[in-house]
Design a protein around this ligand. Structure first.
Ligand code: SF4
Length: 255
């Protein structure tokens, strides 16, 4: 994976990331997912019956100079597929953004809509698949088809050193991205996902840094059952800060 855009000036990088996001939001490569995201946007959930759903691929968002990339599975049908911003407008996002705020990556603990004033610092959020899939289950073919967007995104996010993988699906997708980035496709099987798993790859010579941290997905299934708690996700995010040279943040520090 080329990291040549590292030479871009910050404003040019921001513009390139914005242009890529616009391109992603027009993608129609997966027939099944295109139908599903549109159907969901038309049928809507009763609680959101007055809203106009995004109903398109959801690009990543955040700090284009980020050192940490958070990778999820795919947009939720009535969350990001409704609001047009990753992890925005659902319970998973409520949990995740509160954690990002506590650990110094976000300027506010809530994320409800695209114009709510949320800003990320040193972090960028994306997903392995950009369209909401039925049952939250993209097929392997859909995952692979969507990977080129992640590769292009990552090439622009030249400061990213660490991918925090939210769940096993994201972990395996990040592994595939990593093999592309390091030119090691097919040389080794993906290591097993676990909460707190670490795969460290500092940049050496012209090899880009590409480390991975595992974190249980902040789904209701995990957070309501206590499988993923606030201290657990905070610990992973603080570890990501420490491993990428960012100061470990506390609740009382200015953001
Ligand atoms: S999942 Fe990815 S590749 Fe498929 S239509 Fe959506 S954006 Fe395009």
């Amino acid at each position: 994976m080329s990291r040549a855009p590292n030479d871009l000036a910050p404003e040019d990088r921001r513009a390139a990331v914005t242009a890529l996001a616009a391109e992603i939001s027009r993608c129609e490569s997966c027939e099944r997912l295109v139908q599903w995201r549109r159907r969901t946007a038309i049928e809507r959930r009763a609680a959101f019956a007055d809203e106009v759903y995004w109903g398109r691929p959801v690009p990543g968002f955040g700090d284009s100079a980020a050192r940490v990339l958070l990778l999820g599975l795919a947009p939720a049908a009535h969350g990001a597929n409704r609001t047009g911003r990753m992890f925005t407008g659902d319970r998973s996002g409520d949990f995740l953004f509160a954690a990002l705020w506590r650990t110094g990556f976000a300027n506010q603990p809530v994320s409800v809509r695209r114009d709510d004033g949320l800003r990320l610092r040193d972090a960028y959020i994306s997903a392995a698949v950009r369209c909401a899939p039925p049952g939250n289950r993209p097929s392997p073919q859909e995952r692979d088809r969507c990977m080129h967007w992640s590769l292009r995104e990552l090439a622009l996010l030249a400061n990213v050193r660490m991918v925090v993988c939210l769940g096993a699906f994201a972990w395996n997708a990040a592994w595939r991205l990593r093999t592309q980035a390091l030119g090691t496709v097919g040389r080794a099987a993906a290591p097993r996902f676990a909460h707190g798993a670490e795969l460290l790859q500092p940049g050496v010579g012209d090899r880009p840094a590409f480390s991975m941290l595992g974190c249980f997905h902040p789904s209701q299934q995990n957070t309501f059952t206590g499988r993923l708690t606030e201290p657990m996700i905070d610990e992973v995010l603080q570890r990501a800060r420490a491993l990428t040279g960012l100061p470990v943040a506390g609740r009382d520090q200015p953001r």
